[in-house]
Write a new protein. Structure first.
Length: 504
């Protein structure tokens, strides 16, 4: 059984012989009624990483620990400064399969090996309120670190930890810190015990010559954007596996931004190299979209049902929608995790790494950033104009539906191209981003209506086969048709306004 908790803590420097008795009186912290002695725990933890420390480089820690109240395997994933999600699994002799999946985007196919052993004597106190409720845990840890691979030697130190109770207000840690600072206690310079152990027991880092930065070119700018999207995919991987809210959407957007960049800035990155990568990104986005599209449809149909008066509800419509959504979700979740565990996804990550290491730059990559990026953005906007005007000129029906959908996809690409251009072009690019968001919202409403009608036909068919009343599905279908009609009617004026405001 794997469990996750949010850990919010702060670490402080301490003298080697410090103890809890050397700390200031923490009952004087606002809200603290008593400081309860919880004794000393002996902890023995072995930390795992790749030989080249890929997890540590990403501030991930993976350990097997005995002793204390939470013995077992722990994987800590960074959220923000001082905040981590700690995933816990029972003790076993090998790294739990769930954990190898959660670190796979970082470790890739490298073996996870023991790198450091930490043995700690943890002297613990609980800060409690008047009702005896836990506010925070304060401990003084005497740590001995032993390097197991990638270095040599040992290190010893003492540190203070203050960990907020589950569900506590982070502002309480500010109050404790204020008291500690008045007593001369300062924040630790290391983000974790592992980071300090690696720093004090590893080989000395190689000294590199200082190289003067070259002027930023169009190629530099585009590659920085590509790198940011690659990093987003890698960083969101564990959250997607854990089904964290909006993680799938975030990863899908990163894949779209990469594809859009490769297509829009083909004058900078050679498309004979990036087109095959685009194909793989399209595949990944499609796999991610199975789950995301289900979320969007379920939310839309649920809201539509909530908006209906009771007199228009006939049969077990809500129950059938829940069952339909659950069945789709269950299947798509299993499939998505299998995709992330598969070789094709891993090969894509390796390919992106290689592309960034040896970028396929074209001649325009050496141009001034403004010139090359403006040219690419102007080309995207011209293509979008043609698609939108074609959609406006078609009669309502399947042909217009397809044309609107193609316009929507091109709108997204133009928006992402403008986002990349914003640091270079300033307000003109920002204005285009705003306009593309508005247009995307309008076209998205139309496409969501098309998808909702397909889902309603499916639901109605299932209901009919079960002998249920299909009236409500017909009502919802008619409303969706009306929403699409409104979107189509608004498109000409919206587009005319956008076209007049932008000079690309």
């Amino acid at each position: 059984m794997v469990e996750t908790k949010r850990e919010i803590e702060r670490k402080y420097e301490a003298d080697a012989d410090a103890g809890l008795s050397d700390l200031p009186d923490l009952t004087r912290v606002s809200g603290v009624s008593a400081v309860v002695d919880k004794g000393v725990a002996e902890l023995d933890a072995t930390y795992y990483d790749t030989a080249d420390q890929r997890l540590a480089a990403a501030s991930l820690t993976l350990r097997r620990r005995t002793g204390g109240h939470d013995a077992g395997w722990h994987l800590k994933l960074p959220v923000s400064d001082g905040v981590r999600d700690e995933v816990h699994a029972p003790l076993s002799d090998t790294v739990p399969h769930a954990f190898t999946g959660l670190v796979r985007s970082r470790a890739r196919d490298a073996e996870l090996v023991p790198v450091v052993r930490l043995r700690s004597a943890r002297d613990v106190r609980h800060l409690v309120d008047e009702a005896g409720g836990l506010l925070a845990e304060v401990s003084v840890d005497r740590v001995r670190a032993e390097r197991l691979s990638g270095g040599h030697g040992t290190a010893e130190w003492t540190e203070i930890e203050v960990e907020l109770a589950d569900g506590g207000d982070p502002a309480f840690l500010d109050k404790v810190e204020k008291k500690l600072r008045k007593a001369g206690v300062s924040r630790s310079r290391s983000t974790s015990k592992l980071a300090r152990a690696l720093g004090e027991t590893g080989r000395k880092p190689r000294t590199e010559a200082v190289v003067k930065a070259a002027p930023v070119t169009a190629g530099d700018h585009v590659l920085a954007y590509v790198r940011a999207q690659r990093d987003a995919i890698v960083e969101l991987d564990p959250a997607v596996r854990r089904d964290v809210h909006d993680a799938v959407h975030g990863m899908r957007v990163a894949t779209r931004r990469l594809r859009s960049t490769f297509r829009s800035y083909g004058n900078i990155l050679d498309r004979t190299v990036t087109d095959p990568v685009q194909d793989e990104l399209k595949w990944l986005a499609g796999e991610l979209g199975i789950d995301r599209d289900r979320e969007v449809l379920t939310e839309r149909l649920t809201a539509a049902l909530d908006d209906l008066p009771g007199t228009l509800l006939a049969g077990p419509v809500r129950g059938r929608l829940r069952a339909w959504a659950h069945a789709r979700r269950s299947g798509s979740r299993r499939r998505l995790v299998a995709v992330l565990d598969g070789g094709r996804y891993l090969d894509l990550l390796v390919t992106l790494d290689a592309l960034l290491a040896t970028p396929p730059l074209r001649g325009a990559a050496a141009d001034t950033t403004e010139k090359a990026i403006t040219k690419a953005l102007r080309k995207d906007f011209a293509k979008l104009s043609g698609l939108v005007e074609e959609a406006i000129g078609l009669p309502s029906g399947e042909g217009r539906d397809l044309a609107v959908h193609e316009s929507r996809k091109k709108t997204k690409r133009t928006r992402y191209a403008a986002e990349l251009a914003t640091p270079v072009l300033g307000e003109p690019a920002k204005s285009l981003v705003r306009d593309m968001k508005a247009l995307q919202s309008l076209l998205g409403e139309h496409q969501d209506s098309v998808m909702a009608r397909e889902a309603l036909r499916d639901l109605a068919s299932q209901a009919h086969a079960a002998g249920e009343n299909g009236f409500t599905y017909g009502v919802l279908y008619g409303r969706e048709e009306l929403r699409a009609t409104y979107a189509e009617a608004a498109l000409p004026e919206t587009w005319q306004s956008i076209h007049n405001e932008n000079t690309f």
